[in-house]
Design a protein around this ligand. Structure first.
Ligand code: ADP
Ligand code: MG
Length: 720
């Protein structure tokens, strides 16, 4: 590849002279590479297995492995790894070289079908919520043929699921594939009412990844960022986002060089990233791809998150994927744009031109509404974590209550259907908004919701699940959503079939069930301001889940309605659900524990010594001035004494609260039950951390700037 240097402020990015279509997918074992490297029969057998979701036999695996190895070696790879998504979040890999003994004292490069298809990584260090203790110590990783292998850092990466010896899932991918399968089956049955030729329904995901960048040297000087991914202290900068000048503003050139590099690498890995822009907060940015099938889209998001970290380092930045790295400015989310489409090209959440299209559209919309209503607590649990807890309900992100925004057009149609006077002929033309002035032509307005306060919004042809956290594996949300919708569609199908068996016409049966669902799911529909206090009260009246404590929110996974739904759809068994919750509570405890330790250390060993030194300086100053000027300087003496007193108070509060926090931790750690321990951390450790932070942030405003031991927000947040 001929490359020309692209030099911006000493950051060099190699810009290929080829166009994206030439290097796109260069590092992916896609169909084109398969065609080139696999024998013809192997190629068709593999494609057949992928398309029909069939397992592959040993002989086929051997042949595929051989071709894959040759391709990987031709592209500089020396190692291979099974790439999977453990419950810690993130991705896991264990690299092996291709070398095998040749029987004559040397080695040959080999890769067998057995190694491609299945491995036994030493799994004891991955969280399993007790599954492997109860059952069997081993874990297996097995190739997910629906997601193509790729080369990352000279290593052939094979996307795999990760399961226990007895078949319980120990990862995110296994239940995600099950949920996608469930929604495919259920939605296909219903979609056939409108098009009998439909064979499959695919779930699509387009994620929007938000993130912060920080200069590497400043990052390294903040132990809290290094250890926890967020600032545990720091007073707001005088200027942050109040001028609203960052969103869609010019991207600083250093950042642009990083983005360009990242996009190149993403495109070579077949990740179709497309949009990039500044976000609302200073130093906050967003990257979004063209949407893809959900499993592949999610693999791509996880892969992107890991190459982001690496690419940022090359540009002397650190990327912060934490949901709330800085208090006082917006946090980061990962909007999950989600839709369903048939193999016949119909997008099921998009209004159409004919009455038939539109009954189909409404059918799928109301089933989603019903599923989200029934499982609103579960969906909230699916996006909750110790880190996302800082963002939700923080008057910038979606509130910690799940509701659906429909927008005026859709709301209007739903109302009319209930009143039995809907004209379903052409919902698309209803996009026209009348301005009420006859001489001005009606303008078409995108049906997209601009109400950013909704956690789950209908946006014209898809739903946007906005409560997902920026550091999360979106699979958790996609498992819950697709499974819940599958279950609801199965129920809907049964009800329609019952009506038809009683002699009802299909259209009448559909409209009758649609009306019932609109009526039943009314409580989940909310187009107003999700940040308002009135909504919290109203939501409680409507019976929506209003819990705000993360450890208690996780309980929703174990409610009978969730357990039954996951069981019926075959997505997760009760054992798996229990194990996963154990992991959630444990992760919650560990995250807060680490933060509390770092905060305690910073408070006692960095902040208090400096504050004390400054206080002593002031006291010295007071006595010297008194000696020199006596009562003449009473004003400055009083002012300084006042500061001395204030500093004393804050130091005292910090010391006292750190001791209380340590005590609270000790007490919590002694609790055997993980759920109870997580609750204790939430109820007793977190509030202490907030008090400590409050006092430190006050000190930051008083102590000599030169002495302050940590970079401040105004430095961290403005890249030049
Ligand atoms: P926004 O105005 O919310 O920023 P964009 O047009 O940038 O919207 O799209 C955001 C994401 O939604 C992109 O990843 C895009 O590919 C995805 N998207 C668009 N249409 C669909 C769809 N029908 N299903 C799933 N994702 C979609
Ligand atoms: Mg969006």
């Amino acid at each position: 590849m001929v490359e020309e240097a692209f030099d911006r402020k000493a950051v060099k990015v190699d810009v290929p002279t080829e166009r994206p279509e030439e290097y796109y997918g260069e590092l992916v074992f896609n169909r084109r590479k398969m065609m080139e490297y696999l024998p013809r029969a192997t190629y068709s057998a593999l494609i057949n297995a992928i398309e029909n979701k069939q397992p592959i036999g040993r002989e086929l695996a051997d042949s595929v492995a051989e071709g894959m190895r040759r391709w990987a070696i031709d592209n500089g790879a020396r190692h291979y790894t099974h790439w999977f998504h453990p419950l810690t979040g993130g991705t896991a890999e264990k690299h092996d070289a291709f070398v095998e003994h040749d029987g004559e004292g040397g080695v040959v490069e080999e890769f067998s079908g057995k190694l491609l298809v299945q491995q036994e990584p030493d799994a004891s260090s991955f969280p399993n919520g007790g599954i492997r203790n109860t059952f069997e110590a081993r874990g297996y990783s097995a190739w997910d043929i629906s997601s193509p292998a790729f080369i990352l850092d000279k290593t052939l990466c094979i996307p795999t699921i990760f399961i226990s010896y007895t078949g319980e899932s120990l990862d995110y991918k296994t239940p995600l594939l099950r949920a996608l399968n469930a929604v495919d089956k259920a939605a296909t049955k219903v979609a056939r009412y409108f098009d009998p030729e439909v064979k499959h329904v695919t779930s699509f995901l387009g994620w929007e990844q938000e993130y912060f960048l920080v200069d590497e040297s400043l990052y390294s000087a903040r132990p809290d960022l290094v250890m926890t991914g967020r600032t545990l202290m720091g007073h707001e900068s005088p200027k942050n986002q109040q001028l609203e000048d960052h969103y869609f503003g010019a991207i600083p050139s250093r950042v642009e060089a990083f983005m360009l590099d990242l996009e190149l690498r993403a495109h070579k890995l077949g990740i179709p990233v497309k949009t990039r822009h500044n976000e609302v907060a200073p130093n906050q940015f967003e990257l979004a791809p063209i949407f893809e099938e959900t499993n592949l889209a999610n693999d791509h998001n996880l892969l992107l998150m890991s190459i982001m970290e690496e690419t940022a380092r090359r540009h002397n930045f650190r990327v912060l994927l934490h949901e709330k790295p800085f208090a006082g400015v917006n946090g980061s989310g990962k909007h999950n744009n989600w839709s369903l489409g048939t193999d016949r090209g119909a997008m099921l959440f998009a209004p159409g031109r004919t009455p038939k299209d539109n009954i189909q559209f409404i059918t799928f919309i109301v089933n989603v509404m019903a599923a989200v209503h029934k499982h609103n607590g579960l969906l909230k649990a699916s996006i909750m974590s110790a880190t996302n807890a800082h963002r939700l309900g923080a008057n910038e992100a979606p509130p910690a209550i799940i509701s659906i925004f429909c927008g005026t057009q859709l709301s209007d149609v739903l109302d009319k259907i209930l009143k039995n006077d809907a004209d379903l002929t052409d919902l698309r033309s209803k996009n026209e908004l009348s301005l009420g002035l006859s001489q001005i032509p009606e303008i078409m307005r995108d049906n997209t919701d601009r109400n950013r306060t909704s956690p789950f919004a209908f946006t014209g042809n898809r739903f946007e699940f906005r409560a997902v956290g920026s550091s999360a594996n979106s699979a958790a949300a996609m498992i819950a959503l697709n499974a819940a919708v599958a279950d609801q569609l199965n129920d809907f199908y049964e009800k329609i079939e019952k009506r038809r068996a009683n002699g009802e016409e299909l259209v009448d049966a559909l409209l009758a069930e649609i009306r019932t669902l609109i009526e039943q799911s009314k409580p989940i529909h909310f187009d107003g301001n999700g940040y308002s206090d009135e909504w919290k009260e109203e939501a409680a009246r409507r019976g929506l889940d209003c819990e705000t404590s993360a450890p208690l929110i996780f309980d929703a996974y174990l409610k009978p309605s969730s357990v039954d739904m996951f069981k019926r759809t075959g997505v997760l068994s009760e054992v798996e659900l229990e194990a996963r919750n154990e992991v959630k509570w444990e992760m919650y405890v560990k995250k807060i524990q680490i933060e509390a330790r770092v905060l305690g250390d910073l408070a006692l060993n960095h902040i208090i010594p400096v504050a004390t030194k400054y206080q002593t300086m002031l006291v010295d100053n007071v006595s010297k001035i008194k000696e020199l000027l006596g009562n003449e300087a009473s004003e400055s003496i009083e002012a300084n004494l006042d500061t001395v007193k204030k500093i004393s108070r804050h130091i005292g509060n910090i010391k006292k609260t750190v001791s209380e926090m340590v005590e609270a931790r000790k007490k919590a750690n002694a609790i055997e039950d993980l759920r109870e321990r997580a609750i204790a951390y939430h109820d007793n450790v977190v509030p202490a951390m907030e008090t400590i932070r409050y006092n430190i942030d006050k000190l930051e405003l008083m102590v000599d700037n030169e002495m302050w031991p940590l970079p401040k927000y105004r430095e961290l947040l403005f890249i030049r």
